[in-house]
Design a protein around this ligand. Structure first.
Ligand SMILES: [Mg+2]
Length: 336
C-alpha cells in the first residue's frame, strides 16, 4: 500500500485505488459479513499456513452452511436497521429496541457467545437499563467481561456518525452499545478505537488506525498505542491463543489489515490466524472494507454469503445503502 502525503491511498500492490466514500462505507458491512462467513468453517481450529486455500466451506462448531454468516453479523443487523430507520443511537428507546431484537434472535436458537448469552439469560426487560444491569451482574459474578463479543458487532455504529464533527458522539455510542453486554474497560476501549478507525478510514480513504486514541481516557492511551504497535509488527497467528479476548482479537485484526495486500488477503489472513476465526475476520473485514471498498470483494464470496434472518448479502447491501442515505456527507459525495 502506498500512502500519499495527503493521507490518501495511492495504490495497493501497484494498482491504483479508486474507491469512493460510498464504496468504502458499504465495504465496512459487506466485507465483515464475508469475513464472518469465511471464518465460520474454521472456528476454533489451529493457525493455517499461507499456502492452504481458505474457502467458504461452512461447517465449524455450529454446522454452518457454506457462506452462512454467524452471530457476529446477526448482531450487527438490528444496529444497522436502527440507523436505516433514522432512530438515533444515543436514544435509550433505540437501544431498547436493539436489545429486544437481539433477545428475539437469541430465542430463535441462535449460536451466541458465552458472555452475551449470560447477559440475555439475566435480562429482566428489553431496555438499555436492564441490559446494562444484566451485563454488570455477569461481570461482577465472573470478574471479567472482556470477550470479543461487543467488538465483533460494532462496525455499523460508525456509519451513523460519518458526518463532520461526529467523532466524539461516535465514541460515546460505541462504548454505550458495547456496555449493553460487555462492561470491561478493554471492550469499551476497543469498540471506541475500531469505530473511530472505521469512520476516519471511510472519510479519508487511508488507513487511520489511531484515530480513536484521543477519545480514550488519558491513562489508557499509552496502553493502547503499545498494543497497536505490537499488532502492526505481528501476524494474526501471534494472537491465536488470546483472540477470544477483545484485545487479542483487535490485535489479530490489525495485523491482518496492515499486512494484507488486498481485501481478500486481509480477510484470509485473519482466518489463517486460527481459533476465533469468524470473529477476527469479521473485525478485520470491517476496517479492511473501509480501506479497500466493497467493490474489492470477489463474486465467489458475495454470491454465496447469506444468513439470519434468511437473507442474502444483497439484502444486507440494500439495508446498508438505506443507512447511508441518512448521511448528508455521503449524498453530497455521490453527487460530486
Ligand atoms: Mg461468530
Amino acid at each position: 500500500m502506498v500512502i500519499e502525503p495527503d493521507g490518501s491511498v495511492a495504490c495497493v500492490e501497484g494498482r491504483p485505488v479508486e474507491t469512493t466514500v460510498h464504496d468504502r462505507a458499504l465495504g465496512v458491512i459487506l466485507a465483515s459479513a464475508c469475513g464472518d462467513a469465511l471464518g465460520a468453517g474454521y472456528e476454533f481450529g489451529p493457525p493455517l499456513p499461507a499456502d492452504e486455500p481458505i474457502t467458504m466451506r461452512g461447517g465449524g462448531n455450529a454446522e454452518w452452511a457454506p457462506g452462512e454468516w454467524t452471530d457476529d453479523t446477526s448482531m450487527m443487523i438490528p444496529i444497522l436497521e436502527s440507523i436505516a430507520s433514522g432512530h438515533p443511537l444515543d436514544d435509550p428507546s433505540t437501544l431498547g429496541r436493539i436489545v429486544a431484537e437481539w433477545a428475539d434472535w437469541a430465542q430463535d436458537g441462535a449460536t451466541i457467545g458465552r458472555q452475551t448469552a449470560a447477559v440475555f439469560g439475566r435480562l429482566t426487560a428489553n431496555t438499555e437499563d436492564a441490559a446494562r444491569a444484566a451485563a454488570a451482574a455477569v461481570h461482577a459474578e465472573r470478574g471479567r467481561s472482556g470477550g470479543n463479543g461487543s467488538l465483533m458487532r460494532t462496525a455499523p455504529i460508525a456509519l451513523a456518525f460519518l458526518g463532520d464533527g461526529q467523532k466524539r458522539p461516535l465514541a460515546d455510542a460505541a462504548r454505550r452499545i458495547s456496555e449493553l453486554t460487555h462492561v470491561d474497560e478493554d471492550a469499551g476501549d476497543a469498540c471506541t478505537l475500531w469505530s473511530a478507525a472505521i469512520r476516519s478510514t471511510v472519510r479519508r480513504g487511508s488507513l487511520e488506525l489511531r484515530a480513536g486514541i484521543p477519545l480514550l481516557a488519558k491513562d489508557r492511551r499509552t496502553i493502547w498505542l503499545d498494543r497497536i504497535e505490537e499488532a502492526e509488527q505481528s501476524q494474526p497467528e501471534d494472537f491465536t491463543d488470546r483472540n477470544r479476548w477483545v484485545v487479542g482479537a483487535i490485535q489479530g485484526a490489525i495485523a491482518a489489515v496492515v499486512r494484507g495486500s488486498d481485501l481478500v488477503d486481509v480477510i484470509e489472513r485473519a482466518v489463517r490466524g486460527g481459533n476465533d476465526t469468524d470473529t477476527v475476520a469479521t473485525i478485520a473485514g470491517a476496517l479492511g472494507g473501509a480501506v479497500h471498498g466493497a467493490s474489492a470483494l470477489p463474486e465467489r464470496w458475495t454470491l454465496l454469503v447469506h444468513g439470519w434472518p434468511g437473507k442474502r448479502l444483497e439484502w444486507l447491501q440494500t439495508l446498508t445503502e438505506r443507512a447511508l442515505e441518512r448521511v448528508p456527507e455521503i449524498r453530497r459525495n455521490e453527487r460530486a
